[in-house]
Design a protein around this ligand. Structure first.
Ligand code: ADP
Ligand code: MG
Length: 248
């Protein structure tokens, strides 16, 4: 294989992140390869969100290096903006622009950040709306959509930027239980299509079905990692066993 295909899309080395006197991430090494789906699990407060926010440059790291798509995360605003255009992020809250229609939500960054024409952006937006099952809602405003529909729009909006990697931070935890499945279905399809993904979730069914690798964070470090069956059914660390036991 050429260097191009073996280079990780996300490469983290020695990531340390502190808040005040508390070390939240204590030397994390993690690679995510092209087409790989990595699910991050672990107790509340373990640093899962912080790790994703570091990848996206929303938090500044205290030491270590992060590369995305071969480019080192830089601290300059220009560098960060370029990098963020390569990363799709979907949060627990849906974060759509409330005063814009679904289509405008999908096209604004394509036009303003990527410089696509209105026609091109709308075509891409329409194709992605079809893909997330919302082809008929282009003119709706977000507050006329269910939470599950809003989250699917948020996924489509992120995909419209043709990101190198998609980061998901508990994308279904704010949803009513009956709406969780439609969002997980979209994510599962994306995973099957080969999207590179880092997914923080409590949905162990998703981890089992869609993840290539499960990474269990605890006490600032990676307590376990491996294929879903290995980590979820046969954890070897005390922290891993304790966390998985309280889920059962
Ligand atoms: P998780 O997503 O695994 O639940 P977080 O990454 O949200 O964990 O938080 C990890 C730790 O960092 C927690 O103790 C949290 O209180 C702390 N933390 C997160 N963000 C901040 C912040 N902006 N300022 C201070 N402490 C923070
Ligand atoms: Mg979190």
């Amino acid at each position: 294989m050429s260097e191009q295909t073996t280079r990780p899309v996300v490469r983290m080395r020695g990531i340390v992140k502190r808040f005040g006197g508390t070390t939240v991430l204590d030397g994390i090494d993690l690679d995510v390869h092209e087409g790989e789906v990595v699910t991050l699990i672990g107790p509340s407060g373990a640093g899962k969100s912080t790790l994703l926010r570091c990848v996206n440059g929303l938090e500044r790291i205290d030491s270590g290096t992060i590369e995305v798509d071969g480019e080192q995360l830089s601290s300059t605003e220009k560098g960060l903006n370029h990098l963020r255009s390569r990363i799709g992020m979907v949060f627990q809250s849906f974060n759509l622009f409330p005063h814009m229609t679904v289509m405008d939500n999908l096209t604004v960054a394509q036009r303003e950040v990527l410089g696509r024409s209105s026609d091109e952006a709308r075509q891409r937006g329409a194709a992605l709306l079809e893909r997330v099952g919302l082809g008929n809602r282009a003119d709706a405003y977000p507050d006329h959509l269910s939470g599950g529909q809003q989250q699917r729009v948020a996924i489509a909006r992120a995909l419209a930027m043709d990101p190198a990697v998609m980061l998901f931070d508990e994308p279904t935890s704010a949803l009513d239980p009956e709406l969780v499945g439609e969002v997980l279905d979209v994510m599962r399809t994306l995973a099957d299509e080969g999207m590179t993904m880092m997914v923080v979730t409590h949905e162990m069914r998703f981890a089992r079905r869609a993840a290539d690798r499960v990474v269990l964070l605890a006490d600032g470090g990676i307590a376990e990692q491996g294929p879903p069956e290995q980590v979820l059914d046969h954890p070897t660390s005390d922290r891993g066993r304790a966390f998985l036991q309280q889920l059962a």
